[in-house]
Design a protein around this ligand. Structure first.
Ligand code: PLP
Length: 338
């Protein structure tokens, strides 16, 4: 094994939540349609936890740490249609923990389903206490009063940041890099890049740190789906990646290795774009793969755009990391029909 990370991943507290390893499969019909590289898909939408997704890998380590800290309650944060909140609620249900999710109405997309369906419906079904705030100020106030309540009840709280993106959560994607590396060698493929949606940074930071630890040549290409400020998201991912490298005891990576394409965000986080619609429809009709409007649809739009621009060419292999989110499709009915 080429794993050269000094501190093995098995030394960190972890609980098993995902169906791992997730499949790594070819997408022959989509590849043929685009006429460029051979596209493979890493199915992290199939992690198995209440419709799956990338937060499951992070939660294996976050919940492991919560357990090590003796927590009986987890608190986390997200947008109204947060996939992270939904997977946290599911993990808490499975582990018998009390769960509070604070959701902020920060996405200006309005259709009735967005306010009630998709992930929000599932949070409720999974038994989480859902606290909805109109803005960050209201969130702060609500948080304070709930914190007092939990304290009065004598609960031990473990706080998980938005997206599960700290160094503990990023370990899930260090682990995913290991998994991809092993699978590629088993399958006899040598991809040049792995392309994925980047938002709170834990996925990309963990992957970059993991492949650096493996001394792999594979480049990690994030597609910005969140932040109009390109400099800020690069700095966020780089900072988290540096801390993750320290945690796994490898040398820091250079900022040049934080590759993020900012051309596919559109007007804002959670706002549909035509390229997203095209990507969601192509993946569905050519491969029977369900993407989502907020993350993977824009990430696939990025992969398609980069292939059309000749960045990835015939003869190459690229991996698309499917980070989940299809539960969100139901909150965007109007954007995807007609
Ligand atoms: C959270 C999320 C992402 C982004 O991952 P980060 O680690 O926050 O960058 C991508 N896709 C889906 C479906 C997500 O829910």
């Amino acid at each position: 094994m080429r794993w050269s990370i000094v501190k093995p991943i098995s030394e960190f507290p972890r609980v098993s939540l995902g169906h791992l390893p997730t499949p790594l499969e070819p997408l022959p019909r989509l590849s043929a349609e685009l006429g460029g590289p051979e596209i493979w898909i890493k199915r992290d939408d199939c992690t198995g936890l209440a419709t799956g997704g990338n937060k499951t890998r992070k939660l294996e380590f976050l919940m492991g740490q919560a357990g090590a800290d003796g927590a009986d309650t987890v608190v986390t944060f997200g947008a109204l249609q947060s996939n992270h909140a939904r997977q946290t609620a599911a993990a808490a249900a499975r582990l018998g923990l009390h769960c509070v999710v604070f959701l902020v109405r920060k996405v200006t997309y309005t259709e009735p389903a967005y306010q009630t369906s998709g992930n929000l419906l599932l949070d409720d079904l999974l038994g989480a206490r859902v606290e909805i705030a109109d803005d960050e100020v209201a969130l702060g106030e609500r948080l304070e009063s709930v914190r007092d309540e939990l304290r009065t009840e004598g609960r031990t709280v473990y706080v998980i940041p938005p997206g599960g993106s700290n160094t503990v959560g990023a370990l899930g994607y260090v682990n995913c890099a290991l998994e991809i590396d092993t699978q590629c060698r088993e399958l006899g493929i040598e991809p040049s890049a792995v392309v994925h949606a980047s938002s709170s940074g834990g996925t990309q930071a963990g992957l970059v740190a993991g492949f650096a630890g493996l001394q792999s040549a594979l480049s990690v290409q994030g597609i910005n789906v969140t932040d109009k400020d390109a400099t800020r998201i690069v700095a966020l991912v780089h900072g988290l990646c540096r801390e993750t490298c320290q945690t796994i005891e490898i040398g820091a990576v250079d900022e040049k290795q934080i590759r993020i394409d900012h051309d596919y965000l559109g007007p804002a986080y959670g706002i549909p774009t035509d390229a997203m619609r095209e990507a969601v429809k192509l993946a569905a009709t050519r491969e029977g793969i369900l993407l989502d409007p907020v993350y993977t649809g824009k990430a696939m739009a990025g992969l398609i755009g980069r292939i059309r621009a000749g960045v990835y060419r015939r003869g190459e292999t690229v991996v698309f990391l499917h980070t989940g989110g299809s539960a969100g499709l139901f909150a965007y009915r109007d954007a995807l029909t007609g």
